[in-house]
Design a protein around this ligand. Structure first.
Ligand code: ATP
Ligand code: LTN
Length: 335
């Protein structure tokens, strides 16, 4: 049986946090051996909101090191930086020319993010077209992402289908979003009604960043917003969102069932015990990741070598696919 092809991406737009890890990266690592994997640090997507150039450069390399530290294995996956493979930017232009504007204006992430910007950049609207190109250039079958990206993967399906019906049936594979059952939407510790997000990770007590020191992790969990009750159970009730989020984090980190998680806290004296235990398992999970991260950042030559190797492997797939697209659309390929 042929192995499924997996593609996913993450933006170098700030400190990677527990939501990114549980909603996406942990699942990339877990599925590596059974599949053909492409994982991409999407620096071109990062440019869709204003960035400090030096900061973006640092974040891009730091994120790549962090992904390796989390367990991505260059022998089992292709890890690369999006702008190193120019086919992505070119594919997005070609796909722009078959994508109706209305499809992009409907995207909820665009509506949310543009509402927060003083001046909305064209790239922000166009973001999902670049993302569609990322995925379909590699004939990806599966796109493991958190819940917030489902709409973008569905748009990628629509764009692929439109290209196929205009030019050649079955040219692009129609990708499927793969959303984890638990961890798909980790909420902010300071506000359990909003998703934990990189762009808010600088706000104290909002996120657990993968590079946080144990003391900071304990502090953030201690301050986490809960309710005035003391029942430690999974619940969909809006007032229980804080406790539900903490239990969800505990479940995703330990791999235990819901019943086992609840049983672990049956004797707890209150939310304080839950917060303390969630902080402990988080610190235990992050310690080896942080060690590996620092080792990689201390060896820039090795990191660059791995990223160059990833880019070369990615180009070998993406460039011929892009050339076929160009030909189908009527462009003259250079001799
Ligand atoms: P930004 O705030 O800059 O939009 P982000 O925190 O949403 O950043 P991305 O780089 O956009 O991070 O997302 C990387 C991956 O992490 C995606 O698969 C996304 O679905 C997932 N993800 C992001 N936030 C969460 C969250 N709170 N819970 C679960 N998964 C998440
Ligand atoms: N938009 C995604 C990042 C991303 C991505 C991709 C995810 C860019 N290209 C391709 C999956 C597949 C996000 O997480 N915000």
């Amino acid at each position: 049986m042929t192995k499924p092809i997996v593609f996913s991406g993450i933006q170098p737009t700030g400190n990677i946090h527990l939501g990114n890890y549980l909603g996406a990266v942990k699942n990339w690592v877990a599925g590596q051996a059974q599949k053909i994997n492409y994982f991409c640090v999407v620096d071109l997507h990062g440019l869709t909101v204003p960035q400090d150039p030096n900061d973006l450069r640092f974040q891009t390399r730091s994120l790549a090191a962090m992904l390796l530290a989390c367990g991505l294995d260059p022998n089992q996956c292709t890890l690369f930086i999006q702008s190193h493979v120019t086919a992505h930017a070119e594919a997005s232009w070609l796909l722009n020319c078959i994508t109706p504007l209305g499809w992009l204006q409907r995207m909820t992430q665009f509506k949310d993010k543009s509402a927060k910007q003083e001046s909305v950049l064209t790239g922000l609207l166009d973001y999902p077209v670049l993302m569609a190109g990322d995925i379909i250039l590699y004939d990806a079958n599966e796109v493991p992402v958190g819940d917030d990206q489902k709409q973008h993967v569905e748009l990628a399906r629509d764009i692929a289908q439109r290209f196929n019906s205009l030019y050649e049936e079955e040219f692009f594979i129609i990708p499927e979003p793969v959303i984890p059952e638990i961890g798909a939407r980790v909420m902010g510790l300071d506000d359990p009604t909003a998703k934990m997000s990189k762009s808010s990770a600088h706000i104290r007590g909002h996120a657990i960043r993968l590079l946080d020191e144990p003391k900071e992790i304990e502090r953030s969990f201690k301050r986490a917003v809960t309710d005035s009750g003391n029942e430690i159970q999974f619940s969909d009730a809006p007032e229980k969102a804080g406790v539900n989020n903490l239990l969800g984090i505990y479940k995703a980190l330990t791999g235990k069932s819901k019943a086992e998680c609840e049983a672990d806290f049956a004797q707890a004296r209150g939310y304080g015990d839950l917060k303390k235990r969630v902080a402990e398992v988080t610190i235990e999970t992050l310690a080896p990741i942080q060690n590996r991260y620092h080792r990689l950042m201390d060896d820039p030559t090795e990191l660059d070598r791995l990223l160059a190797q990833g880019a070369e492997q990615a180009r070998a797939i993406a460039t011929p696919k892009l050339d076929r697209m160009k030909e189908m659309m009527g462009l003259v390929l250079p001799n």
